[in-house]
Design a protein around this ligand. Structure first.
Ligand SMILES: [Zn+2]
Length: 361
């Protein structure tokens, strides 16, 4: 490997490291606006590092803006607070054992349960909210949750936030895309053709000018939220000097902010209809057909909130909860088929199976 190739490989590794983020395992990220609208990115939730999971942002050009969403992490039940720790992982904390406490962006709920929140501000919002819920009677807790759920499913607000993020990062993303192509395409080709020469040096000079422009754009775009970006000026200096920071400058701009993230289903206007419906069905299945579900069970607070939302959005039951298409009994939660005579899905913690109506197939 020549010195130039080694430098190139180091740049590529540094760039990929800059695309990696450690986020809460429950985080949903959308990258866009690409050719097919916005696409969902999820963290590798099986890998737990420091209370969170790594997430790879959209790395290839054209560079995209990113926005965050969170499913409902805290759901009040009669005697417990249900806490969503990750996909399919929940904890239940008795109300009298709940003692929310904030440490950085970490929210400690009882001696054994803590969550990494997207920001310190959000951890504090939830500490206060949970302390309030703890003091309420059960029906008021449910009403407080439903109010929070309604607010988090505001599709217009979620679309506005995404459009804002895309608009604020438009120029930095154009510069970053040009910079990426120049760094990994033009300079590499020039080095391959001319070796250590003035042409390559001049190309590197262009790269440096792009970085200076990017640092200026970063400072300008983050001016309204400067208090939310730690070491903002040092970061701008880094963007001016380090190619990998210049290429990812838009991330710091679009992900800055401390407002509460919406529920992922509020992205109805962002994701394609099919993709949104797939997520809607999954959320419905998980909340409606909870472990131990039987057809006599009433709706959980989450299922009630989702049902009201689907109704408001004009999504009919057969779309978000399609009837079983098989002749055999089916688990409504995991869709596994069973032999006739079996009534419960043990894999889902004893969910009662659904038997197709005669003549429906
Ligand atoms: Zn099942």
């Amino acid at each position: 490997m020549t010195d130039g190739q080694t430098l190139f490989a180091v740049f590529a590794l540094l760039y990929l490291a800059e695309c990696l983020r450690l986020v809460s395992s429950t985080t949903w990220m959308a990258a866009g606006p690409g050719g097919r609208g916005w696409t969902v990115i999820r963290p590798w939730s099986r890998l737990h590092v420091g209370g969170g999971s790594p997430l790879l942002l959209s790395a290839l050009p054209p560079m995209q803006a990113h926005v965050t969403a969170l499913p409902w992490l805290f759901v009040p039940e009669q005697d417990f607070l249900k806490v969503r720790l990750g996909d399919g992982m929940t904890a239940r904390i008795a109300w009298d054992r709940l003692g929310p406490r904030v440490e950085g962006a970490g929210l400690h709920l009882d001696p054994g349960t803590h969550l990494r929140m997207p920001s310190e501000a959000l951890a504090e919002i939830w500490r206060r909210r949970l302390a309030e819920w703890r003091e309420l009677p059960a029906d008021e807790r449910r009403a407080a949750f439903l109010k929070h759920a309604r607010a988090s499913l505001d599709t217009k607000a979620a679309a506005r936030t995404a459009a804002d993020a895309a608009q604020r990062t438009r120029m930095p993303r154009i510069i970053a895309t040009t910079h990426f192509i120049w760094c990994f395409g033009v300079i590499s080709a020039a080095y391959h053709r001319f070796g250590d020469s003035l042409v390559v040096l001049a190309s590197a000079g262009v790269l440096f000018l792009l970085q200076i422009a990017q640092a200026w754009l970063f400072l300008r775009a983050t001016l309204p939220v400067k208090s939310l970006i730690p070491h903002r000026r040092w970061r701008a200096l880094g963007i001016a000097l380090l190619p990998q920071l210049a290429m990812r400058a838009a991330d710091a701009i679009s992900l800055a902010g401390n407002e509460e993230p919406p529920h992922p289903l509020a992205w109805r206007g962002l994701l394609g209809g099919e993709s949104w419906l797939r997520h809607a069905r999954r959320f419905w299945r998980e909340t409606r057909y909870h472990p131990g579900w039987t057809r006599d069970n009433s709706l959980t607070p989450e299922a009630e909130a989702l049902k009201a939302f689907f109704c408001l959005e004009g999504v009919v039951g057969s779309d978000y909860d399609p009837p079983p298409g098989a002749k055999l009994p089916v688990c409504p939660r995991c869709n596994a088929e069973y032999q006739t005579g079996i009534t419960l899905c043990k894999d889902c913690g004893g969910v009662e199976l659904r038997t197709p109506m005669p003549g429906s197939v």
